[in-house]
Design a protein around this ligand. Structure first.
Ligand code: NDP
Ligand code: GDR
Length: 374
């Protein structure tokens, strides 16, 4: 029997990898995409199926986590075996500027979905995955962080996700729903949004290497994170819904690195050696050597990174390190791609894009580069 899944956030990083994964497993995949004034399906265009063809396995629905009627209608049409709630305003820094919207989508959006499942009488047949986050730990109470570590959220995003975490637990306890939380630590990929720190670094340095941008402006480069690869992590999201009983799991690599270290790696992948000097907001990264042909626009002595305090957050999460022992023991799950390997993959992809852009520029087709904040 073909299984059916509904993915909110299918146009995002994780949604795109998960949709690929489920299609490969033979699922019929329904995805919710938002109406936007520009196309927003770049991450899933390669798996798009023409609805005019017979029996498409990927079906997209317009929708929004803020719209109860819409969610209820989509659920009643798809009647999914599995719902993956990945949709969210997922940027921590942006949540300080849009706290009410973030709460509505990330917290109440989760409630809307759970309640619609119940309203439609699907609570005993539909399994529910909630995209919870290491941001719940925020001001960390113990290291490393496991499923039993107390939460202390540090942003409107994290507080909204805390509500979503507990409403998921509550629907499991109150109505016997198979609902579980994946407490995922940071995971990245070449499809990561351009304003998250890893992608900002790999894209920014690749652009600098090709002479398309002068300098990377960063916030708190002392922050420590446990970075994994999104492809490894979506496999785990599926595994969590295939168990006998629902359980919450921490998904992490158990390894921690600083933002500064990630900058050094990405530069090295472009043949650039950096020296950091100065402290606090005066810290800079200067090029000391350049090798190979990836960075023709960069010379020793160039300053390629400066600190811009506008990227500091009103309340920062300084350090996160996950303990994935439970996932390893119960689900036989191991991350396969290290943070260092992932950085190299991201740089290679962003360098390809920057080279294409530089070539266009050379031939007089100078497309503007989006240098968005964050
Ligand atoms: P992205 O930001 O890449 O994707 C978020 C998705 O949610 C996009 O498809 C976006 O649509 C959609 N979305 C945003 N607002 C709404 C809305 N109002 N209604 C419906 N859909 C909406 O996030 P990731 O793929 O990185 O993360 C997936 C989930 O996992 C998120 O919930 C995130 O908070 C959580 N998470 C992520 C981690 C990570 O390190 N990546 C770690 C832990 C948790 P659009 O494309 O139109 O913007
Ligand atoms: P995070 O990811 O907040 O952990 O949330 P992000 O990559 O945005 O920041 C990681 C750390 O890097 C520091 N930092 C910067 N961050 C950004 N974006 N831009 C900068 O210029 C910069 N300079 C330093 C940040 O202060 C922070 O400490 C991500 C999201 O995917 C969430 O949805 C998810 O829940 C968590 O990971 C786990």
């Amino acid at each position: 029997m073909t299984k059916t899944a509904l993915i909110t956030g299918i146009t995002g990083q994780d949604g795109s990898y998960l949709a690929e994964f489920l299609l490969q497993k033979g699922y019929e995949v329904h995805g919710i995409k938002r109406r936007a004034s520009l196309f927003n399906t770049q991450r899933i265009d390669h798996i798009y199926q023409d609805p005019h063809e017979p029996h498409p396995k990927l079906k997209l629905h317009y929708g929004d986590l803020g719209d109860t009627l819409n969610l209820t209608r989509i659920l009643s049409e798809a009647r999914p075996d599995e719902v993956y709630n990945l949709g969210a305003q997922s940027h921590v820094a942006v949540s300080f500027e849009t706290p009410e919207y973030t709460a509505d989508v990330d917290a109440i959006g989760t409630l809307r979905l759970l309640e619609a499942i119940r309203f439609l009488g699907l609570e005993t047949t539909t399994r529910f995955y909630q995209a919870s986050t290491s941001e719940l730990y925020g001001l960390v109470q113990e290291t490393p962080q496991a499923e039993t570590t107390p939460f202390h959220p540090r942003s409107p995003y994290a507080v909204a996700k805390l509500y979503a975490y507990w409403i998921c637990v509550n629907y499991r306890e109150a109505y016997g729903m198979y609902a579980c939380n994946g407490i995922l630590f940071n995971h990245e990929s070449p499809r990561r949004g351009e304003t998250f720190v890893t992608r900002k670094i790999t894209r920014g340095l690749a652009n600098i290497a090709q002479g398309l941008e002068p300098c990377l402006y960063m916030g708190n480069i002392d922050a420590l994170r446990d970075w994994g690869h999104a492809r490894d992590y979506v496999r785990m999201q599926w595994l969590m819904l295939q168990q006998k009983a629902p359980e919450d799991f921490v998904i992490a690599t158990g390894q921690q690195h600083s933002v500064r270290e990630f900058i050094t790696w990405a530069a090295a992948d472009l043949g650039i050696t950096l020296a950091f000097s100065g402290t606090g907001v005066k810290e800079i990264a200067t090029v000391t050597a350049v090798e190979g042909d990836a960075a023709p626009a960069v010379r020793p002595g160039d300053v390629v990174m400066r600190i811009d305090p506008t990227y500091f957050r009103p309340a920062e999460v300084e350090t996160l390190l996950g303990d994935p022992s439970r996932a390893k023991a119960r689900l036989d799950w191991q991350p396969e791609i290290s943070a260092r390997e992932m950085c190299a993959e991201m740089v290679a992809e962003d360098l390809r894009g920057a080279r294409r852009q530089a070539l266009l520029k050379e031939h007089g087709y100078d497309l503007p580069i989006t240098l968005e904040r964050y």
